[in-house]
Design a protein around this ligand. Structure first.
Ligand SMILES: [Zn+2]
Length: 187
């Protein structure tokens, strides 16, 4: 029997741990910290964006960096802290468990292709590929480029460093995204 959310909350709320973040070289913050209180479970899972009116389905191709018959690649609306952050999504509204088999077969090669396109920008140490799906129900894959030779930014905290680093100068951000789009268009 899995633990219910109520059981988990009852067990965990009085026993939260503070991990040794001061020893973690990749942790972006300094100073005294404590975990936030664990809020009790809500009665039902909150619906994700797109369950009713999906902004991804409504967005025109002009809003995207690159498209083909079945897939589209977008960027956040304003400069990011990391050199490149882009999102790959199927045209059709589906999630990972409802992605049609034909699209699923294309996904592996496409993840490789987009990863290579992001890396082609240059000065990229690693491209993280993530599927977080709590915000929007329309399947989307994050590609987050970690700058080269900054070992403090390695690993999953890169997603937090994206908000800690100041936004890229607009011209560099646009140039980087154009390089990604160019690499995808040419291959
Ligand atoms: Zn959608």
């Amino acid at each position: 029997m899995p633990e219910t959310p109520e059981q988990l909350h009852a067990r965990a709320a009085p026993a939260l741990r503070m991990p040794p973040v001061e020893d973690w070289e990749t942790f972006p913050f300094d100073g005294a910290l404590r975990p936030r209180a664990l809020q009790p479970p809500v009665p039902v899972e909150q619906p994700r964006q797109g369950a009713v009116e999906c902004r991804r389905c409504l967005a025109p191709d002009a809003d995207y960096l690159w498209t083909d018959a079945h897939w589209r690649l977008s960027a956040p609306p304003s400069p990011t802290g990391l050199p490149v952050v882009v999102l790959l999504e199927p045209r059709a509204h589906c999630d990972i468990d409802t992605l049609p088999p034909e699209r699923s077969a294309e996904l592996g090669p496409l993840l490789q292709r987009v990863e290579a396109a992001v890396r082609s920008v240059g000065e990229i140490g690693r491209v993280h590929i993530c599927r977080w799906g709590d915000g929007s129900e329309h399947l989307h894959w994050w590609f987050m480029a970690r700058p080269a030779r900054l070992p403090q930014l390695i690993g999953s905290f890169a997603a937090i460093w994206d908000d800690v680093l100041p936004p890229l100068p607009e011209a560099i951000w646009r140039e980087n995204l154009a390089a990604v789009a160019g690499a995808l268009a040419s291959g």
